[in-house]
Design a protein around this ligand. Sequence first.
Ligand code: HEM
Length: 538
Amino acid sequence: EAPATVSPTGRPSGAGPELREQDGEWLTTAQGNRLYDTDHSLKSGARGPVLLQDHHLREKITHFDHERIPERVVHARGAAAHGVFEGYGNAAEVTRAGFLKAGVETPVFVRFSTVLGSRGSADTVRDTRGFATKFYTDEGTFDLVGNNIPVFFIQDAIKFPDVIHAGKPQPDREIPQAQSAHDTFWDFVTLHTEATHHTLWNMSDRGLPRSFRMMEGFGIHTFRLVNAEGGTTLAKFHWKPKLGVHSLLWEEAQLLGGLDPDFHRRDLADAIEAGAFPQWELGIQTFPDTPDQTFEGIDLLDPTNLVPEELAPVQPIGLLTLNANPTNYFAETEQVAFHPGHLVPGIDVTDDPLLTGRLFSYLDTQISRLGGPNFAQIPINRTHAPVNDMLRDGMHQTAVHAGVAAYRPNSLDGGCPFLAGADDNPYVEAPVTVPEASKVREAPETFADHFTQPRRFWRSMSPVEREHIVAAYTFELGKCYEQAIKERGLQVLANIDPDLCAPVAAGLGLPAPEPTVPIEDVDPSPALSQLGDSWPPE
Ligand code: HEM
């Protein structure tokens, strides 16, 4: 049997987070030398100069000087919790993923975040929320790195730096912090109209969640599931909160931003500490894996589209329970590294061009954020499956690898690992046919309709939700300095629905433009409304 890598503390890698002992009786230096004083520098006389030879002084201050690491380039502000996921077993027909089998319990770590603000920004701003889950399965780590909004701003990862440059605080004044009320944001989303759908969700109550515990989560992209016989099914992942979906009012969000900027992280930690463990069901929408990868005319490779739940119901396949707060924010919440390419047998990617770019970006950014290529050895990032990866050396290497041959096959070390055979459950990419085509830099025609799905969303809203959306656009667009951007914003709204454009135009004191696309009818999707059939209340 291939031996597992052993960490310096003697624990096999994959044993989960370990607490670094700080249990000595004496205060010491990092080298274990006992200290008799930590409040006074070594000096030549009580009022004389401080001596450079004071190792304790230099070690203490030098370590402090390096305590901060770069924050995430996006999703910098987050809060996280440990928990457990239990599979229901009903997904076996479509995927062979072991953690989805009936009764299998898998440890998880979930990090919620805002997207645009810095690490110290407020929780209740209008923004998308990240919902990233690390499943420490027996078959390796699976990360579901999603958001609380089921569609994304852009369709191709090559635009990600652009949309983030536009959404982050403007580079001249570094304002605003973590909200969309500024010229570059509206400049981008009105010039790149594929952003219309996501922006409309942001301007709805979904942009102001009441609590992380009351948010849906979405994998957004279409994934390819593979069953034990090799059969494939296309699928989208959903998280459904047991507490239901709830939002703050804009006024509540504003007050809380001042009274308690930590509102969401406090709410999550307090609930878990009180034993009110938040729960979500994981669900899937499934679609036949046809060569054109569309469903009911919707291109499943376009991440700005969703599939209405009325057309493809969400089938629950497991239960997530968050039941423990992190012990140390930095070690766990800050150092955790998610990656959409962390997959397990039975779950594969599709050719969604946004997803493909993500597969490159996360590892690349984490090498810089977490100081080199060995961050998989940080306790929170360690897989719970045995590791024999032949990866060696590098910054912050903490494993002491024995032997001389870090390659396979080799004839020198007993540690030469086996390659998995068909019966050993290796990760095998689904052998999907790639159509013959010439190289192009262009989007497919099926990515071109930017207004039908936003119109469906708008027309699915209850009257009070519509009022909130109108107020949000009026406020946020109203903060733009450039008149031309406001006018272009109104044009986008007219193309969604003149009924949305008219009140916003009135609020901005500008004329409402005529639509430049045909305003076709769409069937509303009640599942999109937070109030749904319960509006108006009895
Ligand atoms: C971080 C979601 C698109 C680059 C994150 C996080 C989430 C997320 C939830 C925070 C993870 C955490 O809590 O640590 C999404 C979703 C996307 C998307 C749902 C689209 C469907 C993209 C794209 C790129 C990208 C297209 C780049 C091409 C990054 C980077 C980070 C990040 C660089 C920081 C990662 C780190 O420092 O660990 N994303 N993202 N994302 N995302 Fe995305």
